[in-house]
Design a protein around this ligand. Structure first.
Ligand SMILES: *Cc1c(COP(=O)(O)O)cnc(C)c1O
Length: 228
């Protein structure tokens, strides 16, 4: 695991250098779905303190054991009726994709007297199998959720189509980056475009070349996932 991480860090540094982004920081979210607590603790020891889960139940189980040694990122589809189980445990929800979810996040955040940080998930490639708003739905969506003042939008997230050659999905990252600039220029209150969560094991180098500053890596750190 240590070698995997060193390798990823070296790649990030090289990509930043060749894209003229030296000095920029790329945050690594260690995607720990299906990974056991012992392994996660090992990762935390190596400095990977941001962990990503795609199921609320798994997130809560791990939170209960690991506690505040790590920050928890909800990166998967979030069911509205599960919001209450994670609202006080998550640092960032990457998968805000519909009004009913915004409403529920706002309601539950208010109950706890907190502000919940979110990213709007965008299905740039408009894949049937994936969640997320289409690009042209994002601005109308943002305008509708402005009234929910316990939600803060910190940026955008996308999952690119899975392809052999990451070059094929470069356009996806480019589009999301371009679109984040469009939104930035709108100057909405409570909407910041500080985070672009894009890039996974297979495509993070291309994503960083196109401006990603948050990558979500599972396999590249922990090896192939074993689903039970
Ligand atoms: C599983 C998952 C990842 C990590 O995928 P790897 O290919 O193992 O790096 C990233 N983002 C999301 C939303 C995921 O569900």
């Amino acid at each position: 695991m240590k070698n995997n991480l060193l390798n990823i860090e070296k790649n990030i540094e090289e990509v930043l250098k060749r894209s003229g982004r030296t000095g920029d920081k790329v945050h690594i979210i260690a995607v720990t779905k299906t990974v056991g607590v012992d392994k996660i603790n090992e990762a935390i020891e190596l400095g990977l303190t941001n962990i990503g889960e795609n199921r609320t139940q798994e997130l809560v189980e791990k939170y209960d054991i690991i506690g505040n040694k790590a920050k928890y990122h909800m990166i998967g589809h979030l069911q509205t009726n599960k919001v209450k189980t994670i609202i006080d445990k998550v640092a960032l929800v990457h998968s805000l994709d519909r009004l009913s979810l915004a409403k529920e996040l706002d309601k539950r955040a208010k109950k706890h007297g907190i502000i919940v940080d979110t990213l709007v998930q965008v299905n740039v490639a408009e894949e049937e199998s994936k969640f997320g708003l289409k690009l042209d739905e994002v601005i109308p969506f943002l305008e509708k959720i402005l009234k929910y003042d316990s939600i803060r939008v910190k940026g955008l997230m996308t999952i690119a189509p899975f392809v052999e050659d990451a070059e094929e999905v470069r356009w996806v990252f480019k589009e999301l980056r371009r679109f984040s600039e469009v939104i930035k220029n709108k100057d909405y209150t409570n909407v910041k475009m500080e985070i672009l969560s894009m890039g996974m094991t297979n495509d993070y180098q291309v994503a960083i070349e196109e401006g990603s500053n948050m990558i979500r890596i599972g396999t590249g750190i922990f090896g192939q996932r074993k689903y039970r």
